[in-house]
Design a binder for this molecule. Structure first.
Ligand code: P6P
Length: 334
């Protein structure tokens, strides 16, 4: 403990008894993700200085190659997860194929799917962005590098999941299936410190998050639900507030704490929705459910969907349980 502050690593060790498997390995893996996030955070915070540091693809004043932040974040996570010895295979939003970790001593038993820097288009306008991660146990036979089948598991098989939001402060939120806890990075000591213990998301709330610019192509049930959110009705606190940052981790994190529903439905440009099942929808569905919320594709529970491809997209309705349930009813009845 630093004074009365509990650090992420202390918390992970304390909660190790909760882990069903190889707890030391999972503890180290979660700690490695925390370390990579601190390194990414340092670069994200400098992003505003790009005019000094140079644009991606150029060489900065230190003679270093300037990378796009999402490429940099991806490299940091791959390096941290490859060297820890716990991971046998990874899947990243930035890589078309799986990333095999070949040189483990052969008994690496974890699989990590991640979006290294989601919403990176928002960096130039200083909006919050995030890293999302999803952790499984390997299921393929044999030792050494893992396989695609290890990455294509249902969300219910996750052993841990979470995200880091790089915003006005940097917060890491994760679950191992025993509740949701949030840790704020204290730059003065370089540690993530427990700041949001046992997060619970309100069952009902007054925020809806959706890109209404796509309304013309929304399914009828979504149009009707959004209309419902806008109707004046004092008893239910409507009209609700529309809040949409356009950065999934930022919209999700606000709604997790305050309550609300985030919807990315099928649209003309994204007939299967835009968000990715394996490293966006599944991990945040695990977090949402562990906080008492709900996540579906409008009909089926997100974490029950059997994945068929590494980068498959899925429509997403996620957040306060009763709001998601009502949206599903509108979809079922229209
Ligand atoms: P749209 C960012 O590009 C992202 O992948 C998510 O972080 C965000 O929720 C979504 O796209 C925003 O998409 O179509 O509304 O701009």
């Amino acid at each position: 403990m630093h004074g009365n502050v509990k650090t992420l690593n202390q918390f992970i060790i304390e909660r190790q008894a909760d882990f069903q498997y190889a707890s030391g390995e999972l503890s180290r893996l979660l700690s490695d993700i925390g370390t990579a996030s601190k390194i990414i955070n340092r670069e994200v915070n400098k992003a505003g200085l790009v005019n000094i540091l140079g644009d991606a693809g150029t060489t900065n004043v230190q003679g270093e190659e300037v990378k796009k932040l999402d490429v940099y974040a991806n490299e940091q996570l791959i390096a941290a997860l490859s060297s820890g010895g716990e991971v046998c295979v990874m899947g990243s939003e930035e890589n078309d194929d799986i990333i095999e970790v070949k040189f483990t001593e052969g008994n690496a038993s974890y699989v990590v799917l991640f979006d290294p820097l989601d919403g990176s288009s928002n960096i130039d306008v200083n909006a919050s962005i995030g890293t999302i991660f999803s952790i499984y146990r390997r299921i393929s036979e044999g030792k050494g590098a893992g396989k695609l089948e290890d990455c294509l598991q249902k969300g219910t098989q996750q052993v841990a999941a979470g995200y880091v939001i790089y915003g006005s402060s940097t917060i890491l939120v994760y679950t191992t299936g025993n509740g949701v806890n949030g840790f704020t990075l204290d730059p003065s000591i370089g540690e993530f410190c427990l700041s949001h213990p046992d997060i619970k998301t309100p069952k009902d709330a007054k925020i809806y998050s959706i890109n209404e610019g796509n309304e013309a192509h929304f399914p009828e049930g979504v149009k009707k639900y959004i209309e419902y959110c806008k109707v004046e009705d004092k008893a239910s606190g409507r009209p609700y507030s529309s809040r949409y940052i356009g950065s999934f981790v930022a919209d999700f994190h606000r709604n997790l704490l305050k309550g609300g529903i985030f919807i990315y439905p099928p649209t003309a440009k994204a007939p299967n929705g835009k968000l990715r099942l394996l490293y966006e929808a599944n991990p945040l569905a695990f977090v949402a459910e562990q906080a008492g919320g709900k996540a579906s594709n409008g009909k089926d529970r997100i974490t029950e969907i059997v994945p068929s491809a590494l980068h498959q997209r899925v429509p997403l309705f996620i957040g306060s349980e009763n709001m998601v349930k009502l949206a599903e009813e509108y979809l079922a009845n229209n």
